[in-house]
Design a protein around this ligand. Structure first.
Ligand code: FES
Length: 168
C-alpha cells in the first residue's frame, strides 16, 4: 500500500487548479469557436443541406419537402427539421419557398384555403400568398415568403439558408 499522503495544502491546490482550469476552458471555448467559426463554415462548402426530393420529381405543383440536419452549438448537437415548398415555374426554374409566414411566423400551406386553391394560405390570420410567394395585398403579411437558394447534386435537391426575396 502506498504511504504517499496528500496534505491539506496540496489537496486544496490540486482542487483549485482543476476548478480554475475547468472555468477557464468554459470561458475560452466560446471565444475560440467564435474566432475559427468562419474557417469551419468555409470547409463545409456553403452549408447546402440535402433533401430527400429528387430533382426529376419536381413538378409545377408546389410540394412540401421536409429536410433534417444536425446543428452543432458549442458542445450541444441538435437535430433540426425544416420545410420548403418546392415547384418548377413556367420557365422550368426550381423555386423553393419558406413556409414561415411573414406576418407572425405561422406555417403556410399550399391550397389549404378552399376559396383560393392556387395560393399559399396562413391559417393564423388568413394571410395569403400567390404561387411565387408574393403576399396578397389586403391580407396581414407585409412581405413575400423567403426563398431558399438551391443546388442540384447527384440528382437530389439541396437547399441553402432561406433569405428574403430579392426584387428583380
Ligand atoms: S401569422 Fe400568418 S397571417 Fe398572421
Amino acid at each position: 500500500m502506498s504511504k504517499h499522503r496528500v496534505s491539506r495544502r496540496q489537496f486544496l491546490s490540486y482542487t483549485l487548479t482543476g476548478v480554475g482550469g475547468f472555468m477557464a476552458a468554459g470561458m475560452l471555448m466560446p471565444m475560440v469557436r467564435f474566432a475559427i467559426d468562419p474557417v469551419l463554415k468555409a470547409k463545409e462548402g456553403g452549408d447546402y443541406i440535402a433533401t430527400p426530393l429528387k430533382v426529376a420529381d419536381i413538378t409545377n405543383e408546389p410540394q412540401r419537402v421536409d429536410f433534417t440536419y444536425e446543428q452543432v452549438d458549442a458542445w450541444y448537437t441538435s437535430e433540426i427539421t425544416e420545410t420548403a415548398w418546392v415547384y418548377k415555374d413556367e420557365q422550368d426554374k426550381i423555386v423553393a419557398l419558406s413556409p414561415v409566414c411573414k406576418h407572425l411566423g405561422c406555417t403556410v400551406g399550399w391550397a389549404t384555403d378552399k376559396e383560393h386553391p392556387d395560393q399559399f394560405f396562413c391559417p393564423c390570420h388568413f394571410g395569403r400568398y400567390t404561387k411565387d410567394g408574393t403576399n396578397v395585398p389586403g391580407t396581414p403579411p407585409i412581405a413575400p415568403l423567403d426563398v431558399y437558394p438551391i443546388q442540384e447534386k447527384d440528382g437530389f435537391l439541396y437547399l441553402g439558408k432561406a433569405e428574403p426575396r430579392k426584387e428583380a
